[in-house]
Design a protein around this ligand. Structure first.
Ligand SMILES: NC(=O)C1=CN([C@@H]2O[C@H](COP(=O)(O)OP(=O)(O)OC[C@H]3O[C@@H](n4cnc5c(N)ncnc54)[C@H](OP(=O)(O)O)[C@@H]3O)[C@@H](O)[C@H]2O)C=CC1
Ligand SMILES: CC(C)(CO)C(=O)C(=O)O
Length: 304
């Protein structure tokens, strides 16, 4: 659930390493998957997978072991309800959305025993109906039970993803990992989208570098105020990692903005602003980035 950048990538990899994979998709994307298979254009060539089932009707899938949950933030509730027919008491639902609220939002709809927590480091997109495109060489999926305790179902899914060629490291603190990506992403997303710039621009413009580092500190402080054990070196580690990113890199938010698609800002800059209030701290820069992107939230032109 579903067959976008995240779900489509893992569907191809898992199906081609021998697993029974159902791809939930709709419209032209589904029609092309049924007709030609699901195609992954990666840096090392093209792979095609024939899903076990490709459908927009989850009641046709039956009960499953695991659900890779990868829809955009605004689609979470509807997609979660559609997962209900596929659950047994042991099915694990692994959210890989950006932001820090997906797992908590899922337990409002799905039984808590079914819901895990997770985060993805990858850059993939639906290039055209039936075709997923991967950019770059990184594909790391970090996930665990909500309380981070080891479990067989998490270990099995990690092993399956590793056998399929990606990275799925074990973690002793999934909340910290989800927040670490959020701290990084709040800066990359907010600046490359609101600033219409690339990581190269951020790294080569001292004023933008300072702003990037301020967003990172601001979001990290929100996490710390909420009790997340982010560590005192997260700011420097993120800056080091950011400095090594490809110069042309932009967040999916910036690419969505350019393509006039809806933006996930409610779950990134907007979430930082909201969570700061909850934590009793401030988030002036995240608030500003959120406000600058708000006119474009629903896609299309600005509301002006
Ligand atoms: N792609 C990436 O590289 C990364 C993505 N992420 C995060 O992962 C999440 C998913 O991103 P991504 O995979 O790129 O998103 P995509 O937009 O590529 O894919 C989401 C898919 O979900 C489908 N969908 C939504 N609701 C339903 C539903 N009820 N039934 C069936 N299909 C549905 C959409 O179909 P339709 O078009 O018909 O609405 C779309 O095909 C986001 O939070 C993103 O920020 C995190 C790290 C990297
Ligand atoms: C920054 C990146 C590519 C890291 O996975 C990402 O999550 C996104 O752009 O949505």
């Amino acid at each position: 659930m579903a067959t976008g950048g995240i779900g489509g990538f893992l569907a191809v990899k898992l199906a081609n390493s021998g697993h029974q994979v159902a791809t939930i998709a709709r419209g032209n994307h589904l029609a092309e998957i049924i007709k030609n298979g699901l195609i992954l254009e990666g840096t090392s060539g093209i792979e095609v997978a024939q899903p076990w089932i490709a459908t927009d009707d989850t009641s046709k899938v039956g009960e499953v072991d695991a659900i890779i949950f990868g829809v955009k933030g605004d689609a979470l509730e509807t997609a979660a309800r559609a997962c209900l027919p596929m659950l047994t008491a042991d099915t694990v639902v692994v959210p890989l959305l950006n932001g820090v609220e997906a797992s908590d939002r899922l337990i409002n709809i799905l039984p808590e025993r079914n819901v895990a927590n997770g985060v993805a480091q990858i850059s993939t997109t639906i290039a055209s109906p039936g075709v997923i495109k991967k950019i770059g060489d990184f594909d790391v999926f970090t996930f665990a039970e909500r309380d981070s305790k080891p479990s067989e179902r998490i270990a099995n899914l990690q092993q399956a993803i590793k056998d399929a060629g990606s990275s799925a490291p074990a973690t002793e603190d999934i909340e910290r990992d989800v927040w670490s990506k959020f701290v990084f992403f709040s800066a990359v997303s907010g600046l490359t989208a609101a600033g219409r710039c690339t990581m190269g621009d951020i790294l080569s413009t001292p004023e933008l570098s300072v702003l990037f580092r301020r967003v990172v500190s601001e979001t990290a402080d929100i996490g710390r105020a909420l009790g997340i054990s982010l560590g005192s070196d997260i700011e420097s580690r993120i800056w080091e990692a950011a400095s090594a990113l490809p110069k042309s890199m932009r967040a999916s938010t910036a690419i969505d903005l350019e393509n006039r698609r809806p933006l996930e800002i409610e779950w990134v800059s907007g979430a930082a602003a909201r969570l700061a209030k909850k934590a009793g701290t401030t988030a002036a820069i995240n608030e500003a980035l959120y406000a600058l992107l708000l006119p474009y939230k629903h896609g299309g032109n600005s509301s002006a």
